[in-house]
Design a protein around this ligand. Structure first.
Ligand code: SF4
Ligand code: SF4
Length: 140
């Protein structure tokens, strides 16, 4: 009887700061929950997610329509990076970057584990069909 060899995935053996750009990008599950407008209670600091999405989010695909120029068009749009972990508190509790930063595992529905790019949506974790666009909400 031999010993089994347990291969670790890159997100299990590397810190966020050690990942390549490709690995970093692959962590995103495509939920687009970070593209929803949020409110913060001035007194408690508690963050609440609204049902209104950024005007530049394409609601069916949950993709940003201005990715390259997003910081110019939407100054509040945050570039996630391992150096700016203070921003992770704003992310949903299901976000892979936040989970790994907090020492937690990726959920079973994450595309890196399921092997399906649709598994985020199938698990009901995407904002698809759950939000309206800022453009419709405010008419601008
Ligand atoms: S919340 Fe996290 S996992 Fe979801 S789209 Fe935003 S960065 Fe990606
Ligand atoms: S600019 Fe793009 S990435 Fe930024 S919040 Fe809007 S849709 Fe999301």
């Amino acid at each position: 009887m031999g010993y089994g060899c347990v291969m670790k995935h890159f997100w299990e053996e590397k810190a966020l700061s050690e990942m390549s750009a490709d690995e970093w990008d692959r962590l995103c599950d495509g939920c687009a929950r970070c593209c929803v407008l949020k409110e913060q209670d001035e007194d408690t600091g508690e963050v609440t997610y609204t049902n209104i999405a950024c005007r530049y989010l394409e609601l069916k695909s949950c993709c940003c329509t201005c990715y390259e120029s997003r910081n110019k068009l939407v100054p509040e749009c945050i570039n996630l990076s391992p150096e700016e972990t203070k921003h992770f508190a704003w992310l949903p509790s299901t976000c892979a970057y936040r989970l790994l930063h907090e020492g937690q595992s990726l959920p079973e529905w994450h595309p890196l584990i399921s092997g399906s790019k649709n598994s985020t949506r199938d698990a009901g974790m995407s904002i698809r069909n759950r939000v309206i666009s800022e453009t419709d909400a405010f008419g601008t």
